[in-house]
Design a protein around this ligand. Structure first.
Ligand code: PLP
Length: 384
């Protein structure tokens, strides 16, 4: 099988796994044990990883809070900031193409009495700054916008959005789960207050992530998980040392290799797109320029996405996103771009990664081209 679903998850890089294993066995101490060497060794490893994660986004290690992944980071950032600041205002803004872990968190806050504006995006998948500015009210406390979209790979202009938020006194949260290690993130120069990170999208283990919480000016949150007061009270619970070590190593590898890796992946992406777009009635979803090279989301008109997936069983790709593919609803992200139900239903997300080869791309082009041709022959709507 050919794996082209790196946006869903990635394998743990063998260099990462090698660093993790000692922390499962001989270096098993609790990083909170301050009275003996077992604890000190674990604590040292956790703090090194904190530096590695902070370095990828140019932050202070003190601004990094460990969580179980970007889902938890999004919950902590949005609920934590909204609840802490609720005396100042109870209005939040987000966009329709956010990940469910942002949208469902906002829905939960609506049940608590907050009001949320769900902003539309343009056909490119990008947001219009004027429309955003018009949505900001005097009681708006937080805006949440993802840096890279998980389904279509488009990159939002978070520098401009952040500057707008700063000028209006609105806190700015960014879900960077799909962005870390793929696009430059510089938190020293970009006005972002809270930023969610995950390890398993970038060759680290599942079940570990982080939330960046700005210290200057200081951003305060109400905790979701109470207990021993770990992570400066923001997230209690014994730290999973091996997971944290894995995330640190994965981020360190990403930082060192990002430029070269992006170039190689862009070359593969261009090859894949050249092959697929040689067919008629093939449409790219999302802006072609403001996108990461790792993602190609394509609609094949006159073909039903689920049937196409069945026809290319050797390929691990997704139609819609992994978390919503259990339902047969067309992707809400593609619908938000204004795509018709037909085009939204006929979409496939190809996501390329570190271990993708040229031969895999070439085989993919052949398999998809054959499957699309076969399905179109059977379609009563196809008359070319
Ligand atoms: N946000 C985005 C944009 C994602 O793509 C994902 C991945 O599914 C998440 C959040 C959730 O991340 P995690 O799996 O670390 O909870």
């Amino acid at each position: 099988a050919i794996y082209l679903d790196y946006a869903a998850t990635t394998p743990v890089d063998s260099r990462v796994a090698a660093k993790m294993i000692p922390y499962l066995t001989e270096r098993f101490g609790n990083p909170a044990s301050r009275s003996h060497a077992f604890g000190w060794a674990a604590e040292g490893a956790v703090e090194l990883a904190r530096e590695q994660v902070a370095a990828l986004v140019n932050a202070d290690p003190k601004e990094i809070v460990w969580t179980s992944g970007a889902t938890e980071s999004n919950n902590l950032a949005i609920k934590g900031a909204a609840r802490f600041n609720s005396a100042r205002g109870k209005h939040l803004i987000t966009i329709r193409t956010e990940h469910k872990s942002v949208l469902d968190t906002c829905r939960e806050l609506e049940r608590e009495g907050f009001t949320v504006t769900y902003l539309d995006v343009e056909a490119s998948g990008l947001i219009d700054l004027d429309k955003l500015a018009a949505a900001i009210r005097t009681d708006t406390v937080l805006l949440s916008v993802m840096l890279v979209n998980n389904e279509i790979g488009v990159i939002q202009d978070v520098a401009a959005i952040g500057a707008l938020c700063r000028s209006k006194g609105v806190l700015f949260h960014v879900d960077a789960a799909q962005a870390a290690g793929k696009v430059e993130i510089n938190l020293e120069t970009t006005p972002i207050d809270l930023l969610s990170l995950s390890a398993h999208k970038i060759y680290g283990p599942k079940g570990i992530g982080a939330l960046y919480v700005r210290r200057k000016p200081r951003v305060r949150l109400e905790a979701l998980i109470h207990g021993g007061g770990h992570e400066r009270g923001m997230r209690s619970g014994t730290l999973p040392t091996h997971q944290i070590v894995g995330m640190g190593e994965a981020y360190s590898i990403a930082r060192a290799g990002m430029a070269a890796e992006n170039e190689r992946i862009r070359w593969l992406r261009d090859r894949l797109w050249a092959g697929l777009s040689a067919m008629d009635e093939v449409y790219l979803n999302g802006d072609m320029d403001a996108r990461i090279p790792h993602n190609l989301n394509v609609s094949f008109n006159y073909v039903e996405g689920e049937s196409l997936l069945m026809g290319i069983k050797q390929l691990a790709v997704s139609s819609g996103s992994a978390c919503t593919s259990a339902s047969l609803e067309p992707s809400y992200v593609l619908r938000a771009l204004g795509r018709s139900d037909e085009l939204a239903h006929s979409s496939i997300r190809f996501s390329i990664g570190r271990f993708t080869t040229e031969a895999e791309v070439d085989t993919t082009i052949v398999l998809v081209t054959e499957a699309v041709a076969k399905l179109r022959e059977l379609s009563p709507l196809w008359e070319m």
